[in-house]
Design a protein around this ligand. Structure first.
Ligand SMILES: [Fe+2]
Length: 425
């Protein structure tokens, strides 16, 4: 009867949406929820979502009036039959109050979509997922999608195999903030499956778009950018005008931009050799610098690379000058990077595109890099030229007040990078 889910989205301080899919013959659905497992005193009816997917029905129940940063147990009910009984394992968290400091943790997945339909080999994504499960023993507040979650064309059945099946244990208790990469946008299925806060529901300037939007979470402002489908290459495009307006309007302690395609990279791709990267460097990056963005989180390149705290680097790698562009002398691993608030205070760029595969050096060829981009940290045990890793892994983002911590762990749960940024207001 249950074909997908439950999964959670539209997570705010006072609301959340519980979603699932059933066979087509189901007539109704609802969610029971409450503070205590086994005692679910509230009920919300679900509505059916129109989709082009035959033989199934998608359901969403919007729960409102709940408390911020609170744990609720829930069950879903289909045609008066309870499918999950709201036990100790079936719960959701609401987001903390906007503008307030809380310790919050986000599991970030870049390019995870390799668990392909009907594959005999369950895929490397499962190994990366298991590495995180081995490492992580605490609740996570939400999952951030960095794009490319359903290879090769973002089709509904590809999302089922590579996303909903693979992360089912997390998705039933951890809200997602959906986001599409270039592969996801090769079909329109993303637009029917997901729901994003693009109308300023949780702060931010409304974009009214599915592929780019912003929201606030505790003391963080998140911005999701679409540098693939919607026009973006010049400042007069609606997306760049919205971005400028949105960044100028926020007064949150942290500004984090998620953007599937990085500004520069030297792994599967060499950004010096590919024209696509020029307008990211010359149009988008100056805006991010100007408005004091702290972290720029990308995937697309199936490697892990992380920059120093840098500002004002908009050209090719040979124009990078450590003296001119590095804003803090340190890699943030043993001692935190200290960063002031506001314009031109430096950005740390993270590329974590290894949740589903990694680009091995053997595959390198024309327009590939060798992990040698000079703005990137040189790791003691890094691969090739040391400025990154060609290993499966996922990224954990932790923010606690004015401290940010970024941790990349591999498929064994071993830490590859673990850096901190301390904000000085
Ligand atoms: Fe991609």
């Amino acid at each position: 009867m249950l074909k997908r889910g439950p999964y959670l989205q539209m997570q705010g301080p006072n609301q959340i949406e519980v979603c699932w899919r059933t066979d087509a013959f189901v007539l109704s659905g609802s969610v029971h929820f409450g503070n205590v497992a086994g005692h679910l005193s509230h009920t919300v009816d679900a509505r059916q979502i129109q989709t082009p997917f035959g033989g199934t029905k998608d359901w969403r129940a919007t729960i409102t009036g709940v408390l911020p940063n609170h744990k609720y147990y829930y069950s879903i009910c289909v045609d008066r039959q309870i499918l999950h009984d709201g036990d100790q394992e079936q719960f959701f968290f609401t987001a903390p109050e906007i503008g307030k400091s809380h310790r919050v943790r986000f599991w970030c997945l870049g390019d995870s979509g390799t668990n392909r339909v009907g594959t005999a080999n369950p895929g490397k994504a499962r190994r990366a997922r298991n590495g995180f499960r081995r490492y992580n023993k605490q609740p996570i507040n939400a999952m951030l999608m960095i794009g490319d979650h359903a290879y090769s064309h973002g089709k509904d059945e590809q999302y089922q195999s590579a996303f909903f099946d693979l992360y089912a244990d997390e998705l039933c208790k951890t809200a997602i903030f959906p986001y599409a990469g270039n592969h996801d946008l090769l079909s329109d299925d993303f637009f029917y499956i997901f729901h994003v806060p693009n109308r300023g529901e949780f702060g931010g300037v409304p974009s009214q778009q599915m592929t780019y939007y912003s929201f606030d979470y505790a003391n963080i402002h998140f911005v999701m950018l679409d540098l693939y489908k919607q026009p973006w290459r010049t400042l007069d495009t609606p997306q760049m005008q919205w971005l400028e307006q949105d960044l100028a309007a926020t007064s949150q302690d942290w500004i984090i931009v998620v953007n599937h395609i990085p500004a520069f990279c030297h792994g599967r791709y060499n950004s010096d050799e590919i024209d696509y990267y020029r307008p990211i460097q010359q149009t988008v990056l100056p805006l991010l610098d100007k408005h004091g963005v702290d972290l720029h989180l990308s995937g697309h390149d199936h490697t892990y690379q992380r920059s120093y705290l840098i500002d004002g680097h908009y050209g090719a790698s040979n124009s990078f000058s450590p003296e001119k562009h590095i804003k803090f002398d340190g890699d943030g691993i043993n001692k935190p990077i200290f960063k002031r608030h506001g314009a031109y205070s430096g950005i740390v760029h993270v590329i974590s595109g290894t949740a589903g595969s990694f680009a091995s050096a053997d595959e390198s060829g024309h327009r590939s890099g060798t992990l040698g981009y000079p703005a990137m940290i040189k790791f003691e045990n890094g691969d090739e030229n040391g400025r990154g890793f060609r290993r499966l892994g996922t990224f954990l983002l932790t923010i606690d007040g004015l401290e940010l911590r970024g941790t990349q762990m591999d498929d064994e749960g071993q830490i590859l990078d673990d850096f901190r940024i301390c904000k000085v207001r």
